[in-house]
Design a binder for this molecule. Sequence first.
Ligand code: TXE
Length: 486
Amino acid sequence: MDTILNYIGGRHVPAASGNHLDNVSPLTGEIYALIPDSGQSDVDAAVRAAQDAFPVWSQMPPEDRSAIMLRLADLIAIHAEQLAQAETRDSGKPIHHSRNVDIPRAEANIRFFATAILHTHAEAFHTRAGVLNYTNRKPLGVVACISPWNLPLYLFTWKIAPALAAGNCVVAKPSEITPMTAYLLSELCREAGIPAGVINVVHGLGPRAGQAMVEHPLVKAISFTGGTATGAAIASAAAPRFKKLSLELGGKNPNIIFADCDYDKMLRTTLRSSFSNQGQICLCGSRILVERGLFDRFMQDFTALARELVPADPREESSRMGALVSESHMNKVLSYVQLARNEGGTVHCGGERVLLSGELSGGFYMSPAVISGLGPECRTNQEEIFGPVVTVTPFDREEEAITMANGTAYGLSATVWTRDLDRAHRVASRLDSGIAWINTWLLRDLRTPFGGVKNSGIGREGGEEALRFFSEIQNVCVDFGSAPTL
Ligand code: TXE
């Protein structure tokens, strides 16, 4: 049995209470590690360590901060295989995904922000002759980063990297469902030479450890990715305390397919956008809207490809469909397939629990589901399912597709497939989404703003937006125009 520890003030320590939580591997359904069940006193110790470390870290020249962070990126690269295996065991995702997406992206996140701070600049405003305004960018102090289970190290580093690069000290909590790679990273942080207290990792439950971070008076900002209901709870705790808040929440993303698209590219990409990471990516396109003329052909080809995505041992390089993250999440996703049936939908394939053999027989596997025959307003088409379940709906006119695409409470991302250039830009500009892809999906450039509208969150991550979020901008106004008079 592995034991995960908190990382506070440069030391690995158990929860002050001595209590722990079980960590289950979705591959097997078995408990394989213990996690500290941290509470207020652990969070308080972490925040105080961060506060103590802040003067040295914030005043360190950016070149030096950058060099330390680059050492951490190098260490992630050196330990990539160990991290990938840990991620797969902890989250159930195929090792192919961990090796090619999660861990390389974690390294890239650190590298990107470590080098970004070498290229930032202040703004200056020449108000009139003799009057100049300029901006000072200051780190906030202690900030909290709370991340989810679907892309554990990827999203954990996506938050801590800009926070640290901007000169803040961090108290971070990975999801209690997937804590392992954040724990391993905390060991690498020490090896990289990040000074004690600059980054602290507290493990535990959201309503206990997470809530204590959000409410702590010394925490100046909270960057959160997770479910919309949790985002609302965090926002209501943070607002009266005047904390900066970045919320990246759920999605119910439309994938609009016009009949004139590049069919093969669209089909391959749509399979990926539907079922990558077992559909547990906030950017997955879960509502596929297809122009009527293409509908039958699409349904036939897409269902055939979905049937080929058979859950298989995630530790095998060839596996493309792993386990869902937990038993309760799997049951939630399966219950939506039943809901779709109750709402009158036709399940063309999948949507069943799959029992693998041997030691994997207790794992949380299900076959990907393709559903049609549902109206846009039903719950299946309105609520975030966050699993390998998509609905396919025909449309006749562009306007109808846009109305359906925009017809949910969410607005994270959207995809448009067409070869008509005018239509591509016209439709993208009318979509209520923070991100729109044209003829592609999940093609990321870390400099671009990332985030959602409506119930998908507030604020933007990525590039300059993230560095601004983790900074306080002070304007300095200088009047040097008039000479002193005697
Ligand atoms: O996430 P939670 P859950 C969606 C998806 C999923 C649903 C619920 O639809 O089914 O959210 O997932 C911490 N104060 N997404 O319940 O609870 C928690 O410990 C402070 C979308 O597993 O939002 C964890 O570290 N922190 C999503 C983190 O919040 C709290 C990714 C996320 O957990 C807290 C994951 C509290 N009161 C789920 N309560 C995306 N946008 O990518 C919980 N936490």
